[in-house]
Design a protein around this ligand. Structure first.
Ligand code: SAM
Length: 293
């Protein structure tokens, strides 16, 4: 027996491992497909059916991953509950896992976020970031920016420790520049990003704002992200719309569909980035800014 699928093993219903026999599928593929009259082999249907059998339902996957995720601190859970009750969008658990992983891997000392909402993700990132990390986050909506500042102040006890260690680690310089561990900049990111003058000063950027605008933000983000830094972009799949032809999405969503595709293509083709596209959450792109480009 040969073929890639001959040695794939999946757990059977009774918990024992069962072997997927490529030969069995080939045999089935010998029958004609009623739709086309062609041997199923030639239509690729058997291969697709075989593939479909191995696809995991994304909802079950999400529930499983959530169940396996250690709970964060109480204050973040409280803030999450409030955001959900107020219908404020915040990062999903799978995206949180991704961000937490890269924060622990890269230990960023400066993080830039585009799209604060009420500060959940900024506080989440701060919790896992090393002491002394500074976070700059941009929010267009004045009410949300105010709510974010309030939440950041509310959890002052948690922030104080970070503030003190940040002064030790940064020798006061960063503290003088930003004034607090998380700095909320209010305004349209297209303008605010241009006003941040410290080129190549951020170790990590998290894009989570108006999805249709990412392509506009990209040149400034690339200017601000240092070599070796990570850019994480959330919601690149737009609930799956981005995978479909533009004619299959509703007219209302076509602009965002084409702009998101343009953005993802720009990430993939940008020579200074190594880009990984993941089906995590609503789709995420993780880009490594390479040195020497
Ligand atoms: N990152 C947040 C979290 O997980 O807690 C959620 C951010 S929410 C998905 C997106 C936010 O981006 C909204 O609060 C929206 O007002 C803001 N936004 C949209 N367009 C923006 C822009 N051009 N500049 C800055 N913020 C923007």
């Amino acid at each position: 027996m040969s073929g890639a699928s001959s040695d794939r093993r999946i757990p059977s219903a009774d918990g024992q491992e069962a072997e997927l026999h490529a030969g069995m599928h080939r045999e089935e593929a010998g029958f004609a497909d009623p739709g086309t009259g062609l041997p199923r082999q030639e239509t690729g249907i058997a291969e697709r059916e075989h593939f479909a059998e191995t696809i995991v339902d994304p909802q079950r996957m999400e529930i499983f991953i959530e169940a396996m995720t250690p709970p964060g601190p109480d204050y973040l859970r409280r803030l999450e509950e409030e955001a959900i009750a107020d219908r404020v969008p915040i990062i999903r658990p799978q995206t949180r896992n991704l961000i937490r992983f890269f924060i622990k891997l890269k230990k960023p000392m400066r993080i830039l976020e585009v799209g604060t909402a009420v500060g959940f993700s900024a506080l989440f990132m701060q919790y896992y970031a090393p002491a002394g990390c500074r976070i700059v986050t941009i929010e267009k909506d004045p009410a949300r920016a105010a709510a974010a500042r309030e939440n950041i102040a509310r959890f002052g006890n948690c922030l104080e420790a970070a503030e003190d260690s940040s002064r030790d680690a940064a020798g006061g310089e960063n503290t003088a520049r930003f004034g607090s561990a998380i700095d909320v900049l209010e305004g349209d990111a297209a303008e605010v990003l241009r006003e941040i003058r410290e080129d190549a000063s951020f170790d990590m950027v998290f894009m989570d704002a108006a999805k249709g605008q990412y392509i506009r933000f990209l040149p400034e983000v690339l200017r601000l992200l240092r070599a070796g830094g990570i850019l994480i972009t959330d919601n690149i799949l737009q609930e799956g719309d981005v995978l479909s032809s533009r004619f299959a999405v509703t007219r209302r969503n076509r602009t965002i569909h084409s702009r998101m595709r343009e953005y993802v293509r720009a990430l993939a083709e940008e020579p200074s980035l190594e880009t990984l596209l993941l089906p995590t959450g609503d789709g995420a792109a993780v880009c490594l800014r390479q040195s020497g480009t």
